[in-house]
Design a protein around this ligand. Structure first.
Ligand code: FAD
Length: 298
């Protein structure tokens, strides 16, 4: 199949083949993905507009790494809704990954009809998932002595729970800097705290933690010897990337782009390369990218 000139995956990703287990030289892993029918164990409202879903999904929990995501059929298996709409699955990042217990958790905000439908699902219902999709954060054991900062904003916080646990298993002592507009929007902080390590919170209205932006805390702590993993809204990611570039710190961004398929075919999630022409695909080249690789605001 001919590929459009400007929309291509770099050679290191293996071109169109997404099924093989690949680890890029920088340590990000893309796992073989599959379909799995997961059973909802728990579904709890965590804030005004966000929910935590705990799922029994043994194969996914075994294969998944933090930074990867799943494509959820929000219609469930008929128990959630008997409808052909919405046809497209919705991408959600893995929050906690419990390989031994065969469980994963997802935290999502209700923003439209897909997530509103998902919010109706109940414990015992089954959900069709594709995953684990995309590339993970870089393998933490490759830099055992480098200080690691995890920077999360809003619904970008949940993936950092799995990331913190992974880093700690690798012997790192991550410090999580987590921000949101207000206390009620700090989704996933409980899960990040449960992973262990230091957690510092900030809210724009001062209702929890320090008043201000999470990037204010980052700029006060950042130094050239650090590695930063960030996930959150695009303006926050751009600010984190800029701070890291100025400080000379290594920086990885977990980006969100609306996407239909999640495995490299629809090209809905194209993201501009930071240097040169062309695009990368957030679903298979990311969603975790080196900050210097992409322009999150383009
Ligand atoms: C890799 C990846 C991981 C994600 N992880 C999470 C997560 O862990 N938790 C979570 O709450 N959300 C996450 N999202 C976003 C989530 O997929 C969307 O919020 C969801 O698909 C919206 O579906 P909907 O049918 O409810 O809304 P729709 O009715 O489809 O859209 C409602 C509004 O949201 C906008 N929108 C939809 N998708 C996105 C997107 N990806 N980025 C920005 N705006 C969007 C639409 O343009 C529209 O304005 C992730 C997205 C990606 C690509």
């Amino acid at each position: 199949m001919a590929r459009p000139a400007a929309l291509h995956t770099p050679d290191r990703t293996g071109g169109w083949s997404q099924l093989e287990d690949t680890e890029s030289p920088d340590g990000r892993v893309r796992s073989p993905w599959a379909h799995e029918t997961a059973t909802i164990l728990r579904h709890a409202r965590g804030g005004p507009d966000w929910y935590t879903l705990t799922l029994s999904a043994g194969a996914l929990a075994t294969a998944a790494l933090p930074g990867q995501f799943v494509q959820v059929d929000v219609r469930g298996d008929g128990a959630v809704a008997r409808t052909a709409d919405p046809l497209l699955r919705r991408p959600l990042s893995l929050c906690t990954i419990d390989a031994a217990g065969g469980r994963i958790s997802l935290i999502y905000r209700v923003v439209g009809r897909g997530t509103a439908l998902l919010a109706r699902a109940r414990p015992g219902d089954r959900l069709s998932l594709l995953g684990p999709l995309g590339r993970s954060f870089p393998e933490p054991s490759r830099r055992p002595d480098q200080p690691l900062l995890l920077v999360g904003g809003g619904l970008g916080i949940p993936p950092l729970a799995g990331a913190a646990a992974w880093a700690r298993r690798a012997g790192r002592q991550p410090v999580a800097l987590l921000g949101a507009r207000r206390a009620a929007d700090l989704a996933g902080v409980t899960e990040v705290r449960a992973a262990g390590g230091a957690v510092v919170t900030a809210t724009e209205d001062g209702s929890a933690g320090r008043r201000g932006l999470v990037t204010d805390i980052l700029s006060a702590r950042l130094s050239a010897d650090m590695e930063v993993w960030a996930c959150g809204p695009n303006p926050m990611l751009a600010a984190v990337a800029d701070l890291c570039r100025r400080a000379g710190a290594e920086c990885w961004l977990c980006v969100e782009r609306p996407m239909a398929c999640g495995f490299g075919v629809c090209i809905g999630c194209a993201i501009s390369r930071a240097a040169g022409d062309g695009y990368l695909k957030a679903c298979v080249d990311g969603p975790v990218f080196a900050a210097a690789e992409v322009n999150v605001l383009a």
